[in-house]
Design a protein around this ligand. Structure first.
Ligand code: A2P
Length: 316
């Protein structure tokens, strides 16, 4: 399994299983099947509301002798309602309780967006908290204290722009190990990746296959299917693999980690096999041409109604 070196030299498995939108019972089996197949990195989050079942899958795999805890990388994420510094460690402890783990390998600030405590999905102005009320730097300071507790080996962020990363690093003096962001040929984010590289921050690519399983309410009417892209399809044909395999190989070739989501055993196995696909320089050039700055997870859900957040503020 390919690994990427985090800024302290820790080996981070570059390929993992995404669990957003995985139904609770399906995800237990998916995690179990994935680990048995050879996955060593599971990506979770409190807001996916399936940490308990992810944890059951992990426990079953460990009990079956498929993996030892220390050989498995588990990431989970702080939800937006727990950005107050005093809420950070309790939120991690709650996730650990659900996962049935003593520690996670990586704990991420899920979004640079804050809600009032207990609000999962704000719909009214008063359910949000502004970044003036809940500065990202204060949340990050509390995150940075977690490795000393032993509850999280590494800490990082998700959906952060280069300027938000600059703000928290300047304020706290601790660099996130990882920034997990949407990355695929339609959204290549070269400038963000370059800024992260300068600071030694590793990128994890979410929605690497174009997140086609998102609920209809989160999709634009004119959404283009990444898996159906003709350039991706032609490369897949030439390399005798699937379009999904091309996208996974592309993410790894760019030096990012990648966490395709699946609950289907055949696709779970196929996605792991895709880590062996080698793309040629011509393939990479053709895929580079597809960049359209197009997000599937575009953040508009944080900006509706009376929200104090804007897309410009979010993505920089
Ligand atoms: P399923 O869970 O039924 O396999 P992303 O990782 O970009 O969010 O994409 C996840 C979506 O892509 C899910 O709907 C998942 O469905 C589907 N998917 C996962 N692996 C593959 C694959 N190898 N080929 C086609 N679709 C896939």
């Amino acid at each position: 399994m390919k690994t990427l070196a985090l800024h302290d030299g820790t080996a981070f498995p570059a390929f993992g299983l995404g669990t957003w939108l995985s139904e609770p019972d399906a995800v237990r089996k998916a995690v179990r099947v994935a680990i048995e197949a050879g996955y060593r990195h599971i990506d979770a989050a409190y807001i996916y509301f399936n940490e308990e079942e992810v944890g059951r899958g992990i426990a079953e795999a460990i009990a079956a002798g498929d993996v030892a805890r220390e050989d498995l990388w588990v990431t989970t994420k702080l939800w937006n309602d727990a950005h107050a510094p005093d809420d950070v460690q309790p939120a991690l402890e709650r996730s650990l309780g659900l996962l049935g783990l003593d520690y996670v390998d990586l704990y991420l600030v899920h979004w640079p967006v804050a809600h009032q405590p207990g609000v999962m999905r704000p719909v009214k102005r008063e359910e949000y908290a502004t970044l003036q009320e809940r500065p990202l730097a204060a949340t990050w300071e509390a995150m940075a204290a977690l490795p000393d507790t032993g509850l999280a080996r590494q800490v990082g962020v998700s959906n952060f722009s280069a300027s938000q990363i600059g703000t928290i690093v300047d304020a706290v003096g601790v660099t996130p190990a990882v920034n997990q962001v949407e990355l695929h040929p339609y959204l290549q984010q070269d400038a963000l990746l370059a800024a992260m590289k300068e600071r030694g921050i590793v990128a994890t690519a979410y929605a690497p296959l174009g997140s086609s399983g998102r609920p209809a309410g989160m999709k634009r009417k004119d959404e283009t299917s990444l898996l159906g892209d003709p350039v991706v399809g032609a490369i897949a044909q030439a390399r005798e693999c699937s379009p999904a395999a091309v996208l996974i190989a592309w993410a790894l070739a760019r030096g990012t980690a990648v966490i395709p989501k699946s609950t289907n055993p055949d696709r779970i196995a196929a996605n792991l096999a895709a880590t062996e696909v080698v793309l040629q320089a011509d393939d990479m050039h053709a895929l580079a041409e597809l960049d359209a700055g197009a997000r599937y997870v575009d953040g508009t859900f944080w900006c509706v109604g009376q929200s104090p957040y804007t897309l410009e503020g979010l993505w920089g």
